[in-house]
Write a protein that binds this ligand. Structure first.
Ligand SMILES: [Fe+2]
Length: 252
């Protein structure tokens, strides 16, 4: 989902930006998730960090530290208010398998949607439903639990072939509201989220094409639960296609 829908939304937004039609489009179906206020200092910090990552003046690891710190320092009730969380939650969709994703847009003072150097989303999970284990390439992304609880596992990607990957488990946590985690090519590349409560909400941001022009966006799905011990705490796991990954891991 990091690829198709995001690319459509991203290209659509870029087109709207190019045409200067954002104000008119703010009520359109494609932008129905638009938020209706503007004062969010943390948004500027996330945007600056993401701009530095895209420009190559900050490493993916530095981006991870910065955006985790920016969001981790916020008082959760303040963040929820600034996301108009109650309204978002009331209209959120919870698929029976896999995650729900809604693109978020932020109008500025002039009513036009702010151009951001990252893509924000609201992720939703039902109990026992998962964002299946996957890695990313040429991308950095962060998840913050807003409500509910999820089991969150991370792995480092050590090496890979077309059919398999060598990974090392690095964390396995029960993530509660306020928990932040991130992945990049450099650090904790693979993640896996399972809903532990009836409804889980996560704020997500992603920076794509960290290295301009290199492939980005498609997830690298892995069979994380059925790896073969490879020494040093590493696991040799098979790569999976998207449908196979969701068939096996999308719902307990
Ligand atoms: Fe991901």
């Amino acid at each position: 989902m990091d690829s198709g829908r995001r690319d459509v939304c991203g290209s659509g937004l870029r087109l709207l930006l190019g045409l200067g039609l954002l104000r008119q489009a703010s009520g359109a179906h494609a932008l129905s998730g638009s938020l209706k206020w503007s004062a969010r200092p943390w948004l500027t910090r996330l945007d600056e960090a993401s701009g530095a990552l895209s420009a190559g003046t900050a490493t993916p690891r530095a981006w991870q530290s910065e955006v985790e710190a920016v969001l981790g320092r916020l008082e959760l009730p303040d963040l929820l208010r600034s996301l108009d969380f109650e309204q978002l939650a009331a209209s959120a969709k919870f698929p029976s398998q896999g995650e729900g994703m809604e693109r978020l847009y932020f109008p500025g003072e002039d009513g036009r949607l702010q151009f951001l150097r990252f893509r924000p989303y609201l992720f939703t999970l039902r109990k026992d439903v998962a964002v299946v284990p996957h890695g990313h390439h040429n991308m950095a992304t962060l998840h913050m639990v807003l409500a509910g609880e999820a089991r969150v596992r991370h792995y480092d990607r050590l090496e890979g072939t077309d059919t398999h990957m060598l990974i090392r488990p690095v964390s396995d946590e029960v993530a509660k509201p306020g928990h932040v985690s991130s992945v990049s090519d450099e650090h904790h590349n693979i993640h896996w989220f399972q809903g532990l409560t009836e409804r889980v909400f996560m704020f997500n941001i992603g920076v794509y094409e960290v290295r301009p022009g290199a492939p980005s966006g498609e997830r690298d799905y892995v069979d994380a639960a059925d790896g073969i011990l490879a020494g040093g705490g590493a696991l040799r796991v098979a790569r999976l296609g998207r449908s196979a990954a969701y068939a096996k891991y999308g719902r307990l």
